[in-house]
Design a protein around this ligand. Structure first.
Ligand code: URA
Length: 423
């Protein structure tokens, strides 16, 4: 087998055979297929697609590149959630302890920020002392003791994806449905969760900007999960405006703690509870209503134990950025649009995300929202507060936001986009 013939097959719109897929994924992981050859193949896949049989085999090959975890010794069922990425998407933080408080264990292997989208590990690292890296044994112990664990995937889990993902990130080949679906699902299947709920984001702040492609991604991933014996459900949810009132690491931790304390923004609470209900149902646990576990403090108890189990101090003061700048409303009326992508890029450039892989994020950086679509605003009132330790970034971050907001004349009818679009 050789890389050139595999590339030519896909370049010429052919179907890759099982043997070709197994060989190329394995040879790339071992370094026998070069980065430039894999980038050519990834681009051919982006342009010409893969059918369901090819996507299934590609996912199997990525799983086979590493180890598989096993949670069958746990005393309770497991369920996990994966979001395809958004702006202000802090849902994993309140969701994992909430589901654990309702009796289902949550083994949540999470990632770091990617482009304008935030990453759960970057957010949790804003909590003083908290560590993302856990051995598989330690992960199992925290799951048994606390019921929820959020940590980085070890190097042994789907190493083919780690390598391919980094390559796609710098070769313009991220946005290919077969590659996104196999990347996400290979990790989730190898992780060994019993059930999986996917939060497929659609809108300007998501990787999938339109409903048709989000639906196709959701269907592809659900089919992969089911074909591999993992009960999988997908929700399509809105990402045209940021979730909640914050985008940024410590800012989002603070908002998540408000949700766990029984408060927090209505959209974050609605989505957290909806996803919790799906996870509990998928794991066969329907006796407890997750909304009660937010109200009675039991989800907060799990959060505090989960943070402590990974070295964090749940009572420590969260980092605050050194400087802030306020962006005000340019006119009075009804706020009809606050663009998620622009807010995400602005938060990223303020220091909440990385421009290069090796960069450190600023824990306190980000964007705070003072109004959401549907709110009435008055000219000159604060709309957004920008936070950063590096104030020389303010001008650029403000410029990005210059076209992010639409204010319609007072009395204009406003039809809110529901957060839950489809299941
Ligand atoms: N998240 C992943 O893990 N993989 C992708 O390809 C896109 C988002």
């Amino acid at each position: 087998m050789d890389a050139i013939s595999v590339i030519r097959t896909k370049r010429d719109r052919g179907e890759l055979t099982a043997a070709q897929i197994d060989w190329v994924v394995d040879a790339y992981t071992r370094g026998e297929v070069a980065d430039e050859q894999m980038s050519a193949l990834a681009m051919a896949i982006l342009l010409n697609g893969m059918n369901a049989t090819e996507i299934n085999r590609w996912t199997d090959a990525m799983i086979a590149s590493g180890e598989r975890m096993d949670f069958s010794t746990l005393s309770r069922p497991t369920a996990d959630k994966h979001s395809t990425g958004g702006v202000g998407d802090k849902i994993t933080l309140p969701l994992a302890p909430l589901v654990a408080a309702c009796g289902v264990a949550v083994p949540q292997l999470s990632g770091r920020g990617l482009g304008h989208t935030g990453g759960t590990l970057d957010k949790l690292e804003a909590v003083p002392g908290w560590r993302a890296a856990l051995s598989n044994d330690a992960m199992l112990r925290v799951l048994e003791d606390v019921g929820a664990v959020i940590c980085a995937a070890g190097d042994g889990l789907a190493p083919a994806d780690k390598k391919l993902y980094a390559l796609r990130d710098v070769t313009g080949t991220v946005e290919a449905i077969p590659l996104i679906a196999s990347s996400i699902m290979s990790k989730k299947i190898a992780e060994g969760t019993g059930a999986l709920v996917l939060d497929v984001k659609v809108g300007s702040g998501a990787f999938m900007k339109d409903l048709d492609s989000a639906r196709e991604l959701a269907r592809t991933m659900v089919r992969l999960g089911v074909d591999h014996g993992v009960g999988t459900v997908a929700l399509l949810t809105d990402m045209s405006t940021p979730l909640g009132l914050t985008a940024g690491n410590a800012l989002e931790v603070r908002e998540s703690v408000e949700v766990l304390a029984g408060g927090g923004p209505a959209d974050v609470v609605e989505l957290t509870v909806a996803l919790a209900r799906e996870m509990l149902a998928a794991a066969g646990q329907t006796r407890i209503d997750p909304a009660d576990a937010l109200r009675d403090g039991s989800a907060m108890d799990v959060w505090r134990r989960m943070i402590r189990a990974q070295g964090g101090d749940p009572d420590a003061k969260l980092p605050v950025a050194r400087e802030t700048r306020v962006v005000t409303a340019s006119s009075s009326g009804v706020l009809t649009r606050l663009d998620a992508y622009a807010v995400g890029v602005s938060a990223w450039r303020l220091g909440a995300g990385r421009a290069r892989k090796e960069e450190r994020v600023q824990a306190g950086a980000g964007v705070e929202l003072h109004a959401k679509p549907g709110d009435t605003v008055v000219a000159g009132q604060p709309l957004l507060t920008l936070h950063t330790d590096t104030p020389e970034r303010f001008d650029y971050a403000t410029e990005i936001l210059s076209d992010a907001v639409t204010i319609a004349p007072r009395g204009t009818a406003f039809e809110p986009t529901p957060i839950l679009i489809d299941r």
